[in-house]
Ligand binder design. Structure first.
Ligand code: FDP
Length: 347
């Protein structure tokens, strides 16, 4: 791509022959969204709006100036949709906040194709905890739409957007904690996740680790992370698996750490080791976490980091699940092999 084409691409005229550059534009624009969400969270004023309704109008109502008062989930969703659409490289978005997918219209000019990529996103994961200032995050996965889907008129159905994990091109999460960090992984073999940190002054992301993997086995901490309050709804296998973890004592027992924000719990697991679980409820047979924009991206990252990502004690790989609904739920077990094996009772 020459200089003029590159400049033109800023306004959405992306060179069809350069898919890699399109993915780069999309990801860079998403990073602008992460930076903007990070700044909004840091201002803190929205914590007040959510937690002190007597001082501020309820989210979703109209304030005295006639402005909509939106909850942080909606603010983050609006921002991410704005930035993803701005890139011009995206043909459809699946967001946790939108019941229906957002499918870009077919452009009347150029080649008559919608953008190349599908983005599935949870714009603000962990947000039910946000009032007490815990770290929350954005989780996403990106796929390439087929030529047929890019031309499909007038729109695409939900079924058209059910893409398997093996076709994910890029998966990642941005964590808004004491610092803002971005972790991204591709499914290419032997490619470890990359870890970036954002400078809050310049909003630039700097690569700090090209090999963001679980620590070596000897340094992996024994930590388990699960909402024990749901104990009564676990099935027998989960019950037994957690009992095995809790009974372990040699050389040291497991510690329990559960933030209740998936990005935080998974980020800690990647850094220190351990196991994070959100099992299925035995009554419904379903977990809580969403397959396309929570389980798939985190499973891809965990496997790229030398960890294991399964849907339950039977060992089914999360990345092998065939999606049947865009907001499908699944159970999740992520972590180091040693800890996942202990949970599963594997020798
Ligand atoms: P939240 O509802 O706050 O967005 O995505 C769902 C999620 O958070 C995950 O981030 C988190 O791991 C889980 O729910 C926590 O659920 P529980 O409160 O049921 O433990």
């Amino acid at each position: 791509m020459n200089l003029i084409e590159r400049i033109g691409s800023v306004f959405g005229f992306l060179n069809e022959d350069d898919p890699e550059y399109q993915l780069e534009c999309l990801t860079k624009d998403m990073m602008r969204g992460f930076a903007e969400i990070s700044s909004i969270l840091r201002k803190g004023v929205y914590h007040h709006a959510d937690s002190h309704p007597h001082l501020h109008p309820h989210p979703g109502t109209v304030n005295s100036s006639g402005d909509d008062q939106k909850s942080l989930d909606i603010i983050a969703n609006d921002l991410m949709i704005k930035w993803i659409s701005w890139s011009g490289a995206c043909g459809a978005i699946i967001s946790e906040e939108n019941e229906e997918p957002i499918v870009m219209e077919l452009p009347s000019t150029s080649n008559g194709k919608r953008g190349r990529y599908l983005v599935a996103i949870d714009p603000l994961d962990g947000s039910s905890n946000i009032e007490c200032n815990v770290a929350v995050g954005t989780i996403f996965a990106i796929w390439e739409l087929s030529e047929e889907k890019r031309r499909s008129s007038p729109t695409l159905t939900k079924e058209d957007l059910l893409m398997p994990a093996k076709e994910i091109l890029l998966a990642g999460y941005c964590i808004y904690g004491t610092s803002t960090e971005l972790v991204m992984a591709t499914p290419f073999e032997n490619q470890a996740p990359y870890r970036y940190i954002m400078d809050p002054d310049t909003k630039r992301f700097t690569l700090i680790d090209k090999n963001f993997c679980l620590p070596p086995l000897v340094s992996q901490k024994r930590i388990y992370s699960i909402n024990e309050g749901n104990h009564a709804s676990w099935d027998d296998q989960t019950d037994e698996g957690i009992a095995r973890i809790k009974a372990h004592s040699d050389p040291s027992p497991y510690s329990l750490r559960y933030v209740g924000s998936m990005v935080s719990d998974v980020h800690r697991t990647l850094l220190y080791g351990g196991i994070f679980l959100y099992p299925a409820d035995k009554k419904t047979g379903k977990g809580k976490l969403r397959l396309l924009y929570e389980a798939f991206p985190m499973a891809l990252i965990m496997e790229a980091a030398n960890g294991v990502a399964i849907a339950g004690p039977d060992g089914m790989r999360i990345l092998d699940i065939v999606p049947t609904e865009i907001h499908q739920k699944c159970s999740v077990v992520l972590g180091g092999k040693r800890d996942v094996d202990l949970f599963c009772g594997s020798p």
